[in-house]
Design a protein around this ligand. Structure first.
Ligand code: NDP
Ligand code: GDR
Length: 325
């Protein structure tokens, strides 16, 4: 019989990719979405006929419990969160409600309805923050630098705690930044690819950014959702770092993106704007995914250079097509 998966955050970047993967694997896929006055599900438009959508909210325990009870999933991928780091300083309490307590609400639903349900928690390299070790691995101590990072530390430990307290098959995937043409436009990589494409097509003159020296371990979202799925197919639940092991600065991303677009040097187009500088920064992240490689057999396939090229090309194509209509 086909397995059933429930995906919270199915309308987000990762939700759309995991839904595609689960459909390919023959799952019945149910996505939880929150109610909004306009139903824009852009990232899953192409598969909307193949998945079931149910309304629920991470803030609302009863909606989550009744969805789990009705759907009776074999696996839950908890991808929903307030995921934009700067917003966590302006809305710290809401971020805690979604990104921290939301995890407990899903775990409570599992505990009460069916403790055999397998659970994936989308943990983050932001938990390492001011890094205590290079590269960062599963055993590296956490030192979060934003209310978002703090909330994710809670989400990670409550996942571990429900595994140890109740024997729930609960896994925490500590993912480093992963991107794609479906990335939200406020995140730096997509802001750059979109901005470069606009400049190339004469739709903008400049690109305003914050800290160009921050370094991130950037991978491709399509590769990362494969690791999430693999974690729930193992004999035992565990926690895994998911990363490429290579780090680049925001400046490297900018330089490569301008080169891909054939615009030459970025310097005459890019301005540093203090509005985009954070109260506390995560200066450098680079992960060691050795455990995921050894146990899950997981390897990232898309390189940094391929990722930048893919994103810039997609934005150029999208904006050029838009201009023609
Ligand atoms: P997105 O911001 O693209 O997607 C977030 C999703 O959460 C959206 O579907 C959003 O719905 C949903 N959501 C937000 N609040 C609620 C709520 N109260 N109730 C129900 N749904 C809600 O994030 P990503 O896809 O990039 O990331 C997925 C997860 O992985 C997140 O938890 C993120 O924190 C974590 N993560 C991401 C990394 C990355 O590099 N992408 C790295 C490490 C961790 P709506 O469409 O209505 O806004
Ligand atoms: P991050 O991603 O905070 O790492 O969180 P983001 O792309 O927002 O920032 C990465 C780095 O770029 C610097 N930066 C800018 N960032 C944005 N957004 N806008 C700018 O103009 C800009 N200029 C420089 C930032 O200071 C930062 O150092 C992402 C999210 O997906 C989280 O949900 C996830 O947990 C982590 O990745 C891993």
């Amino acid at each position: 019989m086909a397995k059933t998966a429930l995906v919270t955050g199915i309308t987000g970047q990762d939700g759309s990719y995991i839904a595609e993967l689960l459909l390919r694997e023959g799952y019945r896929v149910v996505g939880m979405t929150r109610r909004t006055s306009t139903e824009v599900h852009e990232r899953i438009e192409h598969i909307v006929g193949d998945v079931e959508i149910i309304s629920g909210d991470l803030l609302d325990q009863s909606s989550i419990t009744s969805i789990v009870n009705d759907v009776r999933p074999d696996e839950i991928y908890n991808l929903a969160a307030q995921s934009f780091v700067p917003a966590s300083w302006s809305q710290p309490v809401l971020t805690g409600e979604f990104t921290a307590l939301g995890v407990t609400r899903v775990l409570e639903a599992i505990r009460h309805v069916e403790p055999a349900i397998r659970f994936y928690q989308a943990s983050s390299s932001e938990m390492f923050g001011k890094v205590q070790e290079v590269p960062q691995r599963e055993t590296t101590p956490f030192y979060p630098r934003s209310p978002y990072g703090v909330a994710k530390v809670y989400g990670h430990w409550i996942t571990v705690n429900y595994r140890e307290s109740y024997g729930i098959f609960a896994c925490s995937g500590i993912s480093f930044n992963h991107e794609s043409e479906r990335r939200g436009k406020e995140f730096v990589t997509r802001k750059i690819s979109d901005g470069v494409a606009r400049i190339k097509l004469g739709l903008a003159q400049e690109l305003r950014l914050g800290n160009l020296d921050a370094q991130r371990d950037w991978g491709y979202a399509g590769d990362y959702v494969r690791a999430m799925w693999l974690m729930l197919q193992q004999e035992r639940p565990d926690d895994y770092v998911i990363a490429t092991g290579r780090t680049h600065s925001v400046r490297d991303f900018v330089r490569t993106a301008f080169e891909v677009a054939g615009l030459g040097s970025y310097e005459k187009y890019v301005a540093v704007d203090p509005r985009f500088v954070r109260p506390a920064e995560v200066d450098m992240l680079v992960g060691d995914a050795g455990k995921a490689r050894a146990v899950l057999g997981w390897e990232p396939e898309v390189t940094f250079e391929q990722l930048v090229a893919m994103m810039v090309t997609a934005d150029l194509d999208r904006l050029a097509a838009h201009r023609r209509t």
